[in-house]
Write a protein that binds this ligand. Structure first.
Ligand SMILES: Nc1ncnc2c1ncn2[C@@H]1O[C@H](COP(=O)(O)OP(=O)(O)OP(=O)(O)O)[C@@H](O)[C@H]1O
Ligand SMILES: [Mg+2]
Length: 229
């Protein structure tokens, strides 16, 4: 699903430059549930932005689902919309839209008919148990409910990969566990999940754990003792 070879990311600031990723080789197969961990500044978000086609590497090759991601910005945006579902720490919901409209948005970008848009969005909200709240605005929901809307939005397009950056970062531990359980369920249904976190305990809910330090992958191991969400 993901094949990265010798990826480098160099940020230029005036005259100086900073290598945020260095010689990263990474292969992730369909159906895996991977956590990427590492201390602050290690390069996790930089790596996630490249995996999610939000940014491109300075050097190296990234093949996503058989497609080379070295392409125009428009094409990259198209790949991103079709293949990736994002879940962020702060939910990134649009405040003025109802939760149904929030979940409909990615489908509208993909050009589905009005009827399909509505049906698929309702089904996705049903999957996360929010079918009774369709008309609510994000501000009328709890944090956990907002993250469930974000999960519905991420999976409504049936993406190849679900990318979650600190998905439980803003939640209390009980609500965080519910979100982790939902990610485990999605993985059990065959979805490929990549979760970024600085918290090793949260990472232990995934099946594979990759550690990033100073822009390099320093370990890549299977979680022997997976936590049960
Ligand atoms: N746009 C940018 N311009 C310059 N340097 C950057 C930029 N974005 C990130 N960096 C630098 O690259 C390094 C890696 O940043 P990154 O955001 O990937 O870390 P992170 O592992 O996600 O950290 P955190 O856990 O704090 O989110 C940091 O040293 C950061 O200062
Ligand atoms: Mg980060």
């Amino acid at each position: 699903m993901i094949e990265m070879t010798n990826i480098e990311k160099i940020y230029k600031m005036g005259n100086s430059s900073f290598k945020a990723l260095d010689s990263v080789d990474l292969t992730i197969y369909k159906g895996e549930y991977t956590a990427i961990v590492g201390p602050s500044g290690a390069g996790k978000s930089t790596l996630m932005n490249i995996i999610g086609c939000l940014d491109t590497p300075t050097n190296g090759e990234y093949i996503l689902d058989g497609l080379n991601t070295k392409c125009s910005d428009n094409k990259l945006a198209e790949i991103r919309n079709k293949k990736i579902g994002f879940i962020f720490q702060n939910y990134n919901l649009l405040a003025k839209l109802s939760i149904l409209e929030n979940v409909e948005l990615p489908l509208i970008y993909l050009g589905y008919s009005n009827r399909e848009v509505r049906e698929k969005a309702k089904l996705a909200l049903q999957r996360v148990g929010l079918e009774t709240h369709l008309k609510h605005k994000p501000s009328e929901l709890s944090g956990g409910q907002m993250q469930r809307v974000a999960i519905a939005r991420a999976l409504v397009t049936d993406p190849q990969i679900i990318l979650a950056d600190e998905p439980t970062g803003a939640l209390d531990s009980k609500t965080g566990k519910e979100v982790l359980k939902m990610l485990t369920d999605l993985n059990n249904e065959g979805n490929t999940i990549i979760m970024i976190t600085h918290d090793k305990e949260i990472a232990s809910y995934a099946k594979r754990m990759i550690t990033v330090r100073d822009g390099r992958i320093t370990s890549d191991e299977l979680n022997k003792k997976e936590m049960r969400a």
